[in-house]
Design a protein around this ligand. Structure first.
Ligand code: FES
Length: 195
């Protein structure tokens, strides 16, 4: 990513007045952008069918996540595990995966087909300018990016509810092996900010 998003303002519609707590959240999100991305999108290496998903912040040996580890409505950041290397499949932020358990009855058929045990997986990198996205607004049924307030419909293929993002959040089809969450197919689109 060539732009320094930790300082660059968004040339999009004004998000309105920002209170102190939100300033802190935005600041934290901006810090997450400090690591530059060599390319804007790189779908082939970010996730491979058969990879287990492991918790991003777990300490010690990565342990495959089970469907029961994902609490209803509570997003969890994970990454695909390259079992041979014992580490993340890809070393960039494009590897970040958001897992969330939502009611299957509320999912569109397309989305339900990509879920496993009520758990959905999406890229955790906003398609607008690349902030991490991991806040679920249950009352709006939307995932929000606090950098510029894009909202995504996770129950309906990650489509944009409101901008400035214009591209859906890429979905990651998953399946269960026993209780473990396993990647079933590649991301539906390139994770990250489109070129
Ligand atoms: S980075 Fe701008 S809305 Fe997410």
């Amino acid at each position: 990513m060539s732009a320094d998003h930790s300082t660059a303002p968004c040339a999009c519609a004004s998000p309105g007045p920002i209170d102190a707590p939100r300033r802190r959240v935005i600041g934290i999100a901006a810090v997450g952008l400090a690591a530059p991305l060599a390319v804007t999108t790189r779908p082939a290496v970010a996730a491979v069918a058969g990879d287990r998903l492991v918790e991003e912040d777990a300490e010690g040996t990565p342990t495959p996540l089970r469907a029961g580890d994902i609490k209803p409505g509570k997003p969890l950041l994970a990454y695909p595990l390259d079992a041979k290397r014992g580490k993340a499949r890809d070393d960039t932020r494009l590897n970040k995966v958001l897992l969330i358990r939502l009611p299957e009855a509320d999912m569109s058929p397309e989305t339900r087909a990509r879920s496993a045990g009520g758990v959905l997986a999406y890229s955790a990198v906003c398609t607008h300018q690349g902030c991490n996205v991991k806040t679920w607004l249950a009352n709006e049924k939307a995932l929000v990016c606090f950098c510029h307030e894009s909202k995504f419909a996770l129950l309906d293929a990650g489509t944009v509810i409101s901008g400035p993002a214009r591209r859906s959040l890429p979905a990651l089809p998953i399946r269960l092996e026993g209780e473990e969450l396993v990647i079933a197919d590649a991301f539906t689109a390139s994770p990250g900010v489109a070129a």
